[in-house]
Ligand binder design. Structure first.
Ligand code: ZN
Ligand code: ZN
Ligand code: ZN
Length: 374
């Protein structure tokens, strides 16, 4: 089933009301949301982030205002549809000062949350214009909502994961030796699109010694027999991201690789099994890390166990030792431990998992075994 790209106006009404409530909960008088995933989450369309300010003003109480360049107004009206009844559009002309408009609509607010990815030029101008208001990150208020996925969002994440799985199955049934990393990476991007993504996001192909570099950029290295290959791929479908990793081996893996991989697979499976509402994010990380530590590879697991996923590939909640937040039903995140022996081999297994009332559901369903390829 293909999820439709648009959410209902009722969903966006609920999200706008939720943003105002999240601002109130944190003692904020308003949120200022510039074009970003937060903006698209609230309004249902992605406005371009430009030197001309577009800014959604969500007050803790009262009417939502969208301050935008006049030339962006037709797009906004078209995309907002009936939601435009609830959002007052305030277009500004080329010679107007949009920062003054924001100040006017904030109406003496004293604590204001700024969208996390707002450009510095706007942050600095707002800081001067809104003095003495306290400006803080809007991120915690926005992520309080965005980190809990509803059924429609989970379905989209599932469709994206299925598309990534199809691309992973396809690439690992092709011959990989004799091709360069960059050629295989380009092929994966094609497969991601063929499988139903609207956009291919990334296609890491890390072969041989490069497999020990978690975010290796695919290059001109020729893949050859005896290589481990870490494949980490994803894109977006119906506005939601996919992200999965599997490790392949060209030919029969030597005993050292098989042993390392067995430990990694056990750690990844245990962390998936530990998912349950109320379990701390740090505990999921610890579950994977204990198994890897006990096998003597602790120093070779050089990153956190996972990250939240949704409209963005990396978002809250982060599965890291320093995060005591308990998981709640509706959280969606990667579980992706890795073991990297510098200059020799590396391996990673990554699945997207949704926390439900009864435990974790894996959205990626391809086998996590080490994949023997030609
Ligand atoms: Zn990564
Ligand atoms: Zn990931
Ligand atoms: Zn990944």
């Amino acid at each position: 089933m293909t999820p439709s790209a648009e959410f209902t106006p009722a969903t966006h009404r609920r999200r706008l009301a939720g943003a105002a409530a999240a601002a109130r909960d944190r003692g904020l008088d308003a949120l200022l949301i510039t074009p970003s995933p937060d903006y698209a989450y609230l309004l249902g369309y992605g406005a371009p982030a430009l030197e001309r300010l577009t800014c959604l003003v969500v007050p803790a109480e009262g009417e939502v205002t969208l301050i935008l360049p006049r030339l962006e107004e037709p797009l906004a009206r078209h995309e907002l549809g009936e939601l435009a009844d609830e959002v007052e559009l305030i277009p500004w002309d080329e010679t107007d000062d949009p920062i003054r408009l924001v100040r006017q609509y904030l109406d003496g607010a004293l604590r204001v949350g700024l969208q996390d990815q707002m450009w510095a030029r706007f942050v600095l101008r707002l800081r001067a214009a809104l003095d003495p208001a306290e400006l803080v990150e809007a991120g915690p208020a926005m992520s309080a909502m965005r980190r809990i996925k509803d059924a429609d969002e989970v379905e989209r994440l599932g469709a994206a994961a299925a598309a990534a799985d199809a691309a992973m199955s396809a690439i690992t049934s092709e011959r990989l030796s004799g091709r360069t990393e960059i050629d295989v990476s380009r092929r994966i991007r094609e497969l991601l699109i063929e499988a139903g993504h609207e956009a291919a996001g990334f296609a890491i192909v890390a072969s041989g010694p490069n497999s020990a570099s978690p975010h290796h950029v695919p290059g001109s290295r020729m893949i050859e027999p005896g290589d481990a290959i870490v494949l980490d791929i994803g894109g977006s479908r119906a506005g939601y991201a996919s992200d999965t990793s599997r490790t392949a081996f060209v030919g029969e893996p030597p005993a050292e690789v098989a042993a390392l991989y067995g430990v990694l697979r056990e750690a990844q499976a245990a962390a998936c099994l530990a998912v349950q509402p109320g379990v701390a994010c740090s505990e999921i990380d610890a579950t994977a890390r204990r198994i890897i530590d006990d096998a003597g590879y602790g120093d070779a697991f050089i990153h956190r166990t996972g990250h939240g996923i949704g409209m963005e590939t990396h978002e809250e909640p982060y599965l890291v030792a320093s995060n005591p937040d308990p998981l709640v039903a509706g959280n969606a995140f990667s579980i992706e431990p890795g073991i990297y022996l510098s200059g020799r081999w590396g391996a990673r297994i990554e699945d997207i998992v949704v926390c439900t009332e009864s435990g974790g559901t894996r959205l990626n369903t391809t086998s996590t075994e080490l994949i023997e390829v030609e």
